[in-house]
Design a protein around this ligand. Sequence first.
Ligand SMILES: Nc1nc2c(c(=O)[nH]1)N[C@H]1C(S)=C(S)[C@@H](COP(=O)(O)O)O[C@H]1N2
Ligand SMILES: [Mo]
Length: 204
Amino acid sequence: MSSDAPSGGAAGDPPPGQYWRDEPEIMHYGRIPALRPDRWTFAVGGATADGLEHTFEWAEVLALPRHELVADMHCNTRWSVQGMRWSGPRATDVIAMAPPGPEATGALVFAEFGYAANVPLADLGVPTALLATTLEDEPLTAERGAPMRLIIPHLYTWKGPKWVRGWNYLTTEDDDLGFWEKRGYHRRGHAWQEQRYDYQGEHP
Ligand SMILES: Nc1nc2c(c(=O)[nH]1)N[C@H]1C(S)=C(S)[C@@H](COP(=O)(O)O)O[C@H]1N2
Ligand SMILES: [Mo]
């Protein structure tokens, strides 16, 4: 269920209902936040194992092991782009420092200015879920999400907030929804299973 590998389709095809384009369009709602690393924190709260919120500074995030990821992007507006090269810490390394409690099943991943997305823990916990700080070996530009954005290659790109600032673990009791999920989009959003809208069901 939490597979990050493409499933179905001939090699080289984009996920169902998508087409390849050369460059990702810059897409987001609202303003681009100013970069202030001195005031930046990453906060993990909600249903944590110890019930506390854990806050990390930029230097702590930068000190985590870094990984490179070459991944395709799949925007729900139907364009996909191949072979983007990102680097940064893994979401699993942050999960290890601030683990969820046993009742947590998902996370509401949030960014500056109120953008957020629902991500099941099974998807946040794959090794390809990256907290990217670089794109093509350069620090992220402001419009691409500086200083950090979440990349989860098998999910639609709306599940990866640019300017990400943390997440809250959710239990099945919590029905906090992200920006697109409030507007009827899918809780999981697996691109290869074409989970675009909530009415398509099969979300955890
Ligand atoms: N903070 C924030 N992150 C966001 C969005 C947004 O509106 N706000 N849009 C998402 C969507 S729908 C897409 S397709 C990608 C676009 O990334 P790009 O601008 O690097 O192409 O960012 C995602 N992350
Ligand atoms: Mo998108």
